[in-house]
Design a protein around this ligand. Structure first.
Ligand code: 4AD
Ligand code: MG
Length: 430
């Protein structure tokens, strides 16, 4: 048995493909079968004159998504999808599929999402999941090559990291716990032990609105570095983003083609990305009339992020937001204490915020004061305060949303396609 992905190595040879029937076309004495095996597709040709009558008749009856083993000779053919054809000599029907619910006609998204367990076999979804696999690998490669240690943060947590409005509460024996919104607080403990760490895991937000950018369960990658400042993490974020995009461009070209992704805008992505302050972003918005302006102190919404990203070819860093619209743990700018030493990275091509990060408050008394201001109970955060009691150092980090990054790379209008089994306000099945 061989995998379709490796077919080029077997040109002129007889091979066996184990897969499923994706599609078929027949014209009298010839059947064209599109066979998929999860690593690619190949067109199989079945000629009436070159095969037993029983097999020819069997092929006529194989239904879409039936599992089959096809034996045949590999032939190069530039017109065929994938560049090769299989001259089929024999076919074994492993399982005859019932009438398949997903046909070539277009289906509504709700129907497809209800059949997500089958939908992932479709060409486009296959390409997206292969790109996702490549991206998760590239992420680990990048951090590994830079000496980071992966630190797995817990999912059951005792308190909020990113505000109480999007917390999922779950019973925990006689107590309650919350599903993690972010691994950051644990990454902070980790970087004091290991210098540079990154978390990589699912995080949860009870997002009550239906948008194209929000999932209730999404994957976050959160590097955290001891002794790093805001400039350091902006540099890391632009190198990191560039590395991932280059990897996908090099290794997942075929999948980007399936998605009909115009790769030119991605090829442009190289450091340095432009850096503007929150105030400069406000000034940009003040000069236009396309999207609502924002008054100082408020965070940007999707329309404002879109407008700002349209002013640049590269992703853009917006740094130093007013502290009042950001999280409790962010350090204030010593030059202007109204501001937080934080940064959001806005993707290009209108994909909005994909990274959020900051320098962390490292002074015990100030952090205690912040917990009070944000109404966060001190008891469940004593361990976090300990990090400021025992060898506190300046430190910074950021979080990248995996599915948002993927939506941009794949140029998809919906984040729901970017995760194998999406969870949103109205869906936890399949
Ligand atoms: O900006 P956020 O909320 O930042 C944090 O969670 C920090 N603790 C990160 C850190 O500094 N370590 O989330 C980070 C990123 C966002 O930029 C976005 O890409 C993604 O996570 N994200 C979501 N992705 C999908 N669905 C949601 N509901 C998301 N919420 C945030
Ligand atoms: Mg954010």
């Amino acid at each position: 048995m061989i995998w379709i992905e490796e077919i080029a190595k077997y040109e002129g040879k007889e091979v066996e493909i184990h897969g499923w029937l994706y599609n078929r076309r027949s014209s009298g004495k010839i059947h064209f079968l599109t066979i998929r095996d999860g690593t690619g597709i190949i067109q199989g040709i079945v000629l009436k004159d070159e095969i037993s009558p029983d097999t020819f008749e069997l092929v006529d009856r194989i239904s879409q998504e039936s599992s089959i083993i096809a034996r045949g000779k590999v032939k190069k053919d530039d017109r065929a999808p994938g560049g090769y054809e299989l001259e089929i000599k024999g076919i074994l029907l492993v399982h005859s599929a019932e009438p398949y619910p997903i046909s070539k006609k277009s289906h509504g998204t709700d129907f497809l999402l209800s059949n997500r367990h089958l939908w992932i076999r479709s060409r486009r979804q296959y390409a997206i999941l292969r790109i996702r696999g490549e991206v998760t690998f590239a992420i680990q490669e990048f951090f590994n090559s830079k000496g980071f240690t992966r630190l797995d943060a817990p999912i059951f947590t005792p308190s909020a990291c990113e505000g109480t409005t999007t917390l999922f509460e779950v019973p925990y024996f006689d107590n309650k716990a919350y599903l993690s919104q972010s691994g950051q607080l644990y990454a902070e403990a980790g970087c004091m032990a290991l210098g540079k760490v990154y978390t990589f895991g699912p995080t949860f937000r009870a997002e009550k609105s239906k948008t194209r950018r929000h999932l209730t369960e999404f994957w976050q990658i959160e590097p955290e570095i001891a002794y790093a400042n805001l400039d350091d993490i902006m540099k890391l974020a632009e190198n990191f983003t560039t590395y991932i995009i280059q990897k996908v461009l090099n290794k997942r070209k075929e999948e980007l083609d399936i998605l009909e992704r115009d790769t030119k805008p991605l090829e442009l992505i190289k450091p340095p990305f432009p850096r503007i302050t929150y105030q400069e972003a406000i000034n940009l918005l003040d000069k236009q009339n396309k999207v609502p302006k924002i008054s100082w102190g408020n965070d940007f919404g999707a329309p404002q992020e879109t407008y700002i990203s349209q002013q640049f070819k590269l992703p853009v860093f917006i740094h130093r937001y007013p502290a009042e619209c950001k999280a409790f743990y962010m350090k204030r700018d010593p030059k202007d204490p109204r501001l937080a030493l934080c940064v959001d990275m806005i993707a290009s091509e209108e994909y909005g915020e994909i990274i959020g990060g900051s320098r962390r408050e490292d002074e015990l008394a100030v952090l205690e004061q912040r917990l009070k201001e944000f109404n966060i109970p001190k008891e469940s955060n004593e361990w976090y305060l300990d990090l400021r009691r025992y060898g506190s150092v300046p430190h910074s980090g950021f979080g990248l949303g995996l599915e948002r990054l993927l939506a941009w790379i794949c140029k998809s209008s919906h984040i729901r396609e970017m995760i194998p089994f999406p969870r949103t306000i109205d869906r936890i099945s399949p």
